[in-house]
Design a protein around this ligand. Structure first.
Ligand code: NAD
Length: 249
């Protein structure tokens, strides 16, 4: 076996970053060369020049502002990012970065959600008159809503209907919102407790209904997915990649 792949973790003190460090500690073919977060400690560096050392790939689970602040310090490293709540400007920043090095962003690194994405696209195409409502539940400390995964599933549903999510999405309903317009895709967020991440895509028709459900019970699922993506991306040419590139057909 050759030298292990050098990995840095951004957001290393967070719920996800800690899981990633645990997975890296077990991996024989990867080694963690830098842990970066907002807080300074003996084990963790703050963001700044050289903070990622000689990492070949940076795994990011921080916040949009953390990712924005980190991009100028990435050097030649590839980027695997799971941070959600990115704006269009953030996406454009990742596009620009991908002209220089490989970039993979995924709102959800679990295999189950990747599979659900395909199922949702097929189900919404095959059930054209069903109303689509997506409900997500996350722990009380999550800061963005709806979740990046709910948006990802909303996009899959929209693709099945051959529409653009932003044109048909209704993010929550309140007060006298009127009767439901046909073609709407409703997206709703619940927050509380220690829920790692539940997503339910409802297809509601007259006389019958279908609910496609994914429940994540451990953050390790996402951490394994991100570490697998980090192994895969090293040595790839500059460009934007997605999780299905890693998982294959
Ligand atoms: P958290 O709040 O527990 O941790 C955030 C980490 O980022 C901390 O280490 C913090 O110090 C660091 N950070 C935040 N702002 C920073 C800044 N400006 N500079 C440097 N470091 C900064 O959050 P979490 O629950 O671990 O989630 C992190 C992100 O990952 C969120 O966007 C969440 O939605 C997302 N997430 C993605 C997946 C996925 O599979 N893609 C799964 C779970 C969570």
């Amino acid at each position: 076996m050759g030298e292990p792949t050098r990995v840095a973790v951004l957001g290393a003190t967070g719920r996800m970053g800690r899981r990633v460090l645990e997975v890296l500690a077990e991996a024989e073919d990867l080694t963690c060369v830098a842990s970066v977060a907002r807080t300074r400690s003996a084990e963790v560096s703050p963001l700044g020049p050289e903070c990622f050392g000689d990492a070949e790939v940076v795994i990011d689970f921080s916040l949009p502002e953390g990712l924005r602040a980190a991009v100028p310090f990435l050097g030649d490293a590839a980027l695997v990012s799971g941070t959600t709540g990115l704006t269009q400007a953030d996406e454009a920043m990742l596009d620009r970065r991908s002209e220089q090095a490989a970039v993979l962003h995924a709102a959800n690194f679990s295999l189950g959600i990747e599979l659900l994405r395909t199922l949702v696209r097929r189900a919404t195409a095959a059930f054209p008159y069903a109303d689509i409502e997506i409900v997500e539940t996350h722990h009380r400390r999550k800061v963005d809503s709806p979740s990046g995964t709910a948006l990802l599933l909303g996009r899959a549903a929209a693709l099945g209907r051959q529409v653009v999510l932003e044109d048909v999405a209704v993010m929550g309903r309140d007060g006298s919102s009127g009767a439901r317009a046909s073609g709407e895709i409703g997206v709703h967020a619940l927050r509380g407790g220690d829920v790692v991440g539940d997503h339910v895509v409802h297809l509601l028709a007259d006389g019958e209904r279908l609910a496609l459900t994914h429940r994540a019970t451990s953050r390790a699922t996402f951490a394994y997915g991100a570490v697998r993506a980090a192994s895969w991306i090293v040595g790839r040419p500059p460009g934007r990649f997605v999780l299905s590139d890693v998982l294959g057909p």
